[in-house]
Design a protein around this ligand. Structure first.
Ligand code: HPA
Length: 275
């Protein structure tokens, strides 16, 4: 939905660059469960989104958010602590604004993480699922005039998730003794959780996990040629279609946090692998 003037992106990037002690090739969106990894960032500079030009609208709903720039596993990274969700009422161009700013800052690889409901009956609470593909059920963030400065009108999505990084992650998981499931992430707007019929619908449609984020950022990143690697923490089991099952947001958060250490190990392994 590119109605955002180009100078908004460049001014935001310019401001962040002025505070960055070093450039970063790797960006991380710290979703539910990855807060732990954020704590491991050293020599950190914290930039609240509220300070950044044109990020101002993010304060409207009082969403917590910072960029953390620093060293992780010996490499410079730029991490987002807090992301924008479509269900909060932000337009897609705001949801994905930070990804384009990252691109202008020189980011080449984006790690994304999220909490998701498992719809594959082999998935259980606490499992890690490497996202091997997605099904987009949200408005496409690229609707509107194409922004040629970032990418082409009809970007390819046949390899949205980087195969080389996936192979590396599988090797790291094996070496570290971390069980890593693999699957298709279905991105929905939320905020209501799915009905049993909807969980079943998306299961039959080829999904393995369902969530309310990530897909817009991935589409915009791929449009701009950024390589993507994604992990979901399975925080609830949506495949119990018997009606004896309810979703609770606090349980989702607790399950995501419990997986934090394993997610951090995987991401650190990948960071070490890059270059
Ligand atoms: N559905 C959608 N989003 C989610 C879920 C779910 O079951 N769990 C965590 N995020």
């Amino acid at each position: 939905m590119d109605m955002i003037p180009q100078n908004y992106y460049t001014e935001a990037a310019e401001y962040i660059r002025s505070k960055m002690p070093h450039t970063a090739k790797i960006a991380i969106i710290l979703g539910s469960g990855l807060g732990e990894l954020g704590e491991k960032i050293e020599e950190r500079t914290i930039i609240p989104y509220t300070e950044i030009p044109h990020f101002a609208s993010s304060t409207a709903i009082g969403h917590k958010g910072n960029f953390i720039i620093g060293k992780l596993g010996g490499k410079w990274v730029i991490a987002m602590q807090g992301r924008f969700h479509f269900y909060e009422g932000y337009p897609m161009e705001i949801v994905t604004f930070p990804v384009r700013v990252m691109k202008l800052l020189g980011v080449e690889i984006l790690f994304v993480s999220n909490a998701a409901g498992g719809i594959n009956p082999n998935f259980h609470v606490g499992d890690l699922m490497m996202i091997r593909d997605h099904i987009n059920q949200m408005p496409n963030p690229l609707i509107g005039p194409n922004n040629d400065d970032f990418g082409v009108r009809f970007p390819d999505m046949s390899k949205a998730y980087d195969r080389e990084l996936m192979a590396a992650a599988e090797a790291i998981a094996q070496k570290e003794g971390i069980e890593l499931k693999k699957g298709v992430y279905v991105g929905l707007t939320g905020p209501s959780y799915e009905t049993p019929a909807e969980y079943r619908f998306y299961q039959l449609g080829g999904g393995d996990a369902i969530g309310m984020s990530t897909v817009p950022e991935v589409i915009v990143a791929r449009h701009a040629g950024i390589r993507v690697f994604g992990i979901s923490v399975i925080t609830n089991e949506g495949w119990h279609f018997d009606g004896n099952y309810t979703n609770d947001a606090q349980e989702v958060i607790d399950a995501a946090n419990a997986a934090g250490e394993r997610m951090a190990t995987l991401f650190l392994g990948l960071i070490a692998h890059i270059e």
